[in-house]
Design a protein around this ligand. Structure first.
Ligand SMILES: Nc1ncnc2c1ncn2[C@@H]1O[C@H](COP(=O)(O)OP(=O)(O)OP(=O)(O)O)[C@@H](O)[C@H]1O
Length: 264
């Protein structure tokens, strides 16, 4: 039977000098193993808090968070913050050491994890020599080495240049194809196109839960105060001028195909 991450009526509240601050307010959310869920929301809407709840890193004030024995790990926004080893190999072993993995198993697990994120050729290298994108890939390798089923990416492309973003997104796509569950927090609307499902948080609640296409083309995006990606803006502008495009394009490639079909 398929496993799930399930949040039932989850609330998280913090005591502050100004009183109780409710960050998550009765969240009901079920994520099936193998899904790629993008989590969006304005700054302070509770995305990281929700991610920490899913990873078991934040207690809940009310409700229940269940993970069906799924092992959930997180990759953080700042690649520097999550690197502890001096070499790529040492770093990827750190999580395994913390979980008391049999030392005899470690070299093979580290090799397999580094291979999956295309860093195997850098195994002995100092972590200081890695690019930002490679550091994020190393964070992902650490999750794989401890056999994470679910990887939460907390704005892990925010500090990366476009080429590194593409690299990390490419690896994430491969991981989903290999059966991993991805929870992808982002402010980049272009990245919604990769997901099976978009969950938007507003004022501590789920304000939208559905596909990226419906999010952009059914008016939800504007309602929640987000700016759609360029391809969607062009498609909507063309449609405003009476040019009807097939398929509600999300990416430049889909847009060019839809425009090509109209011109043919
Ligand atoms: N330990 C804490 N104590 C008090 N308030 C907290 C704590 N952790 C988070 N908060 C508050 O909860 C709110 C949501 O924070 P969170 O980091 O989950 O939001 P976010 O949507 O991830 O924001 P961003 O996009 O800026 O990263 C913020 O107002 C934050 O100040």
């Amino acid at each position: 039977m398929k496993k799930h991450l399930t949040l039932s009526g989850v609330s998280v509240a913090f005591a502050t000098p100004d009183g109780v601050h409710t960050v998550l307010d009765g969240i009901d959310l079920t994520i099936a193993a193998g899904e790629w869920v993008v989590l969006i929301g304005q700054n302070g809407s509770g995305k990281s808090t929700l991610a920490k709840v899913l990873c078991g890193l934040s207690p809940v004030s009310k409700g229940l968070a269940e993970c069906d024995d799924l092992q959930v790990q997180m990759v953080f926004q700042n690649p520097e913050a999550q690197i502890v080893g001096e070499t790529v190999y040492e770093d990827v072993c750190f999580g395994m050491e913390n979980r008391a993995v049999d030392p005899e198993e470690m070299p093979e697990r580290a090799r397999a994890a580094l291979e999956k994120v295309r860093l195997a050729h850098l195994t002995g290298q100092s972590v200081t020599t890695l690019s930002g994108g490679q550091k994020q890939l190393l964070g992902i390798a650490g999750c794989l080495a401890v056999e994470a089923d679910v990887i939460v990416f907390d704005e892990c492309t925010a500090m990366l240049d476009p080429a590194s973003r593409e690299m990390v997104l490419g690896v994430a796509q491969e991981l989903q194809q290999q059966g991993k569950t991805l929870i992808w927090i982002t402010q980049w609307m272009e990245e919604l196109a990769y997901a099976d499902r978009v969950v938007a948080l507003a004022a501590g609640r789920v304000a939208y839960d559905g596909t990226a296409r419906a999010f952009f083309y059914d008016g939800v995006c504007a309602e929640l105060g987000f700016v759609p990606p360029y391809a969607v803006q062009v498609a909507e502008s063309l449609q405003g001028k009476g040019v009807v495009l097939e398929g509600q394009p999300l990416t430049p490639k889909e847009l060019s195909e839809a425009v090509g079909d109209v011109c043919r």
